[in-house]
Design a protein. Structure first.
Length: 123
C-alpha cells in the first residue's frame, strides 16, 4: 500500500509540474530585431556627394578571375569590391570612383564590401 501511495503522489507532482510555466508573465508583443546595414568594422564611405559616394584608391585583383578591389588611400584604409562600370580599369591603377556601397549584394568574389561603380576617373 505504501508503494501505491508513493506512486500516486509522484504522479500528481509530475502532472502538476507539466502545467507550470515560467513565473514571468507572457509578453503578447512579438520581439523584433532590426537588421543593420553596417558593421563596426565597416567605416562610412569617405566622401558622400549629391551624385553618390566618391572614393579614391588603388585597384587590386582578387584570386577570382575578373574581380577588382579598391583599397582607399584617404581616411580609414578600406577595401571595396568594385561592381558595375569598371571597363578599362586594371590592378595597379590609382582611380577615383563614384557610386554607392551595396553591402548586401551577393557576389562570387571573396574580398571587400561591394561598391556599385557609376563612374571612374584616373586618380
Amino acid at each position: 500500500m505504501t508503494m501505491r501511495v508513493m506512486l500516486a503522489v509522484t504522479a500528481l507532482l509530475l502532472a502538476a509540474g507539466c502545467g507550470a510555466g515560467s513565473d514571468e508573465p507572457e509578453d503578447p508583443t512579438p520581439q523584433t530585431t532590426s537588421a543593420s546595414t553596417t558593421t563596426p568594422d565597416e567605416p562610412a564611405p569617405t566622401t558622400p556627394t549629391a551624385q553618390g559616394v566618391v572614393l579614391t584608391g588603388v585597384v587590386g585583383a582578387t584570386d577570382e578571375s575578373g574581380c577588382l578591389t579598391l583599397t582607399t588611400t584617404t581616411g580609414t584604409r578600406t577595401t571595396w569590391l568594385l561592381v558595375g562600370s569598371t571597363a578599362g580599369v586594371v590592378a595597379g591603377d590609382r582611380v577615383t570612383v563614384r557610386g554607392s556601397p551595396a553591402p548586401d549584394l551577393a557576389t562570387r568574389c571573396q574580398q571587400g564590401t561591394p561598391f556599385v561603380v557609376e563612374a571612374v576617373e584616373p586618380g
